[in-house]
Design a protein around this ligand. Structure first.
Ligand code: TYD
Length: 157
């Protein structure tokens, strides 16, 4: 994992935070638009093994509701708007993603919930590993137990 500058003042304990990407273009030439380059180990703090997109999600739907034991991800809302709630042993944090030049890094041991998708939202997820169903914790109580065991007493148990 590469150490990245997280521009929103997030306590690193939370193991999640916003990354600001380059936006090539100029507000004085709006019609020309913008270009945002994203490279692994540059803008993204890991090598990208998988990309998936979430789209066509209806109103009042919450997706996610799981944590990962080892997976690192960056979530980028390339169209529309979506709210992401991230929770771990140390606390919780809510983010709204609505800008393709911003990525939300979410590390392991974070319960995540995606909700409030606006119509037409496309959420792109860059992941550090290929799909592995064994890396998921899908039960909230199991997530709490797992985190307690791992982080209580500074993770010394
Ligand atoms: P899941 O991760 O459970 O999505 P969500 O938590 O948002 O509902 O994945 C939904 C389904 O898609 C599940 O059957 C596994 C499959 N899937 C893949 O095949 N590859 C992937 O990279 C991902 C993320 C999911």
């Amino acid at each position: 994992m590469k150490k990245m500058k997280i521009y929103e003042g997030v306590n690193t304990m939370y193991n999640s935070g916003l990354l600001k990407f380059k936006k090539i273009g100029s507000p004085s030439n709006k019609e020309f638009g913008y270009l945002t380059p994203i490279e692994e180990m540059e803008e993204i703090p890991f090598t990208i093994k998988r990309i998936y997109t979430i789209y066509g999600v209806g109103q009042n739907i919450t997706r996610g509701m799981h944590s990962h034991k080892h997976l690192h991800q960056v979530l980028i809302c390339i169209n529309g708007s979506v709210d992401i709630r991230v929770e771990n042993y140390f606390g919780e944090k809510k983010y709204t993603l609505n800008d393709p030049s911003v990525g939300l890094y979410v590390g392991p041991d974070n319960w995540r919930e995606m909700s409030n998708f606006s119509e037409g939202t496309v959420l792109m997820v860059l992941a550090s590993e290929k799909y592995d169903s064994d890396d998921y914790i899908r039960d909230y109580d199991d997530f709490i137990d797992y985190s307690k065991k791992k982080y209580e007493y500074g993770g010394k148990r």
